[in-house]
Design a protein around this ligand. Sequence first.
Ligand code: NAD
Length: 369
Amino acid sequence: MKIAVLREADGETRVAAIPETVKKFIGLGAQVAVESGAGEKAGISDSDYKDAGASVAGRAAALKDAGIILCIAGPDPATLKGAAKGAMLAGALDPAHRAGDIAAYAKAGIEPLAMEKMPRITRAQSMDILSSQSNLAGYKAVVDAAAVYGRALPMMMTAAGTVSAAKVFVMGVGVAGLQAIATARRLGAQVSATDVRSATKEQILSLGAKPIFVEGVAGIEGEGQGGYASETSPEYQKAQAELVSGHIAKQDIVITTALIPGRPAPRLISDAQLASMRPGSVIVDLAAEAGGNVEGTSPGKTVVRHGVTIVGAVQLARTLPADSSALFARNLYNFLSAFWDKEAGKVDLPADDEIGKALRVAVTEDAVG
Ligand code: NAD
């Protein structure tokens, strides 16, 4: 089976295969064709791919007879002319916002596999693009906050006096939040964190940070399906707001990462709470694209309100293209190799498999038109 690796559209820095995964696909018996220039922004040259055993060509030649097409973001369907009928297209296809493109792929006979729909089961952990990219985003959020913050993070005792440690508060302790805690700790900050899922308390403690939790209020257990958060009770939200108000006024850097699948991001910091913070404090809002955890967040922009700098972080994984490409590419390899039929030399994704069911994006007759 031939695998085609696309060069992404402008604005995307990542690439869906790296020389390591190219070699591994070839080891399974596949041929790999990489679109010329695909790895440029991630520091991978055409000759690196050739050395790994891939052919490098223009898009039309790379697509010809490919049974699998790999991408980061779903390509414009018009650019897939010439792709073989029945080819699978795997990447972050964003079906929630790009239903028209999904329908167009299907109409062209291409099977869209939306990798962000990977189920949260143990078997699929190594295939999960949301986790691998969130982990890097959590790291980068702290690095970006440190770059904007006008002071140092660690405590320093110098001949000229003592610099006190920055206080960092992480709100939402999923994959990104855990990495943000670990990164802030490594930089020497005093770290605290909160979440609606009480299971995260242990994780916060194990990273050497202080858990800040609402106790003894109905609706405290905000753990929903698949380990995701669910909406909390109004009593819980009120208690959480009071707790946060007291705590936040003493923080220097806040990283917010709270998301609830299928809903706008919960509002965790109001304008009044912002006003209680010390001027010069910094907030990085990783939920900016989902509406923001902070009142006044603007996705992709940095704004200052009440003297507090709010960074509306968007797609932070793109700012680390070499690492984010490597992890994304390994997620794709781990997924495809798990369903590789060695005898037939191709991917066999059974219709009744939990992973296959989740990734296959339903396209209604109407949408296909
Ligand atoms: P996410 O990106 O959906 O949300 C980020 C965090 O925000 C979550 O921890 C959530 O509980 C928290 N949150 C939501 N509302 C909040 C509020 N009002 N106040 C404070 N915090 C709030 O989460 P995620 O990073 O995708 O991870 C969620 C869980 O799923 C984690 O336990 C993670 O380890 C698990 N997970 C499992 C797999 C797997 O098994 N394959 C893969 C990925 C994640």
